[in-house]
Design a binder for this molecule. Sequence first.
Ligand code: 13P
Length: 336
Amino acid sequence: MTELNKIALKIISNGKGILAADESNGTMTKRLEAVGVPSTAENRLLFRESIMSSQSMKECIGGVILYDETINQTTSFGKSIPDLISSSGAVPGIKVDVGAKDLANSSEEKITEGLDGLRERLKKYYSLGARFTKWRGVYIISEKYPSKLAINCNAHALARYSALVQESKMVPIVEPEVLMAGDHSADICLKKTSEVIKKCFDELILHKVDLSGIILKPNMILAGSHSKNKISNEEVSQKTLQCLKNSVPNEVPGIAFLSGGQSEIEATENLNLINKNNKTNFIMTYSYGRALQQSALKMWSKNIKDIEATQNTFNHRAKMCTLAAQGKWSHALENK
Ligand code: 13P
């Protein structure tokens, strides 16, 4: 077993999943303003240190993805954020892309940037305690999108990123996200997502990335958010498994889904069914942002000093997701 494979397994084994707390300051400002809290560096830290000090960090969370501001912050009780995460037994991670920019000659699509100077930034993040990283490629979907151009460019960037991250002794999360927005059917999502993931692996292999030392972070297979033909949770799980079985090489240790705008319950129920029906060797877990933090953020906004209520809400959500990562979740447990 390589060191990278060991880190990947530490993050995602035994029902543990990933807390994606790497919202950029722009995104975090939108989230905080939506619940009526001013987006200051202090408030961003207070919310994050509250959930990162909770009991479920030990029991449920295997890794936390941070944003540059947060990995450099010290908690109000004097611990650095990476130390806080490590002391709970989880692995600190860091988002290293610098965002999705307009793709030249395909103006509606995006290419994720951040390769320039990445080797040097990775050294700095390693010295701050990071042992895994994230890069998100983002794809719009319709009959004609994503284009071959967007599929190829983002796969190339994800592969160059992954090779540099492994060179720096960290595990890359490879995140190709086919967005939920649109009126497309689930079958179109299945077709396009499969195409996107297959191209990513072609490039990862070309760039000699060790596939046993990555974590894939894909979207689930869903009908578009404005589709009239929604499918059942059972069908989501079957189509998602079909997609991954046919497009992910066996060496990959695990898959950690993004929630992508699904509600907390929807993301939990779908993950649960994926695990109940999983006949592959891949570990299937969560790497949720909104589907782990939404309720906790709402609770926190009622009284930002009430750390206990915030932590209780977060603990419940993390526990439900960890049950789902083992196929052991139920509505009855959710409402207990
Ligand atoms: P969501 O679960 O809110 O989609 O966030 C996950 C993530 O890290 C997106 O890049």
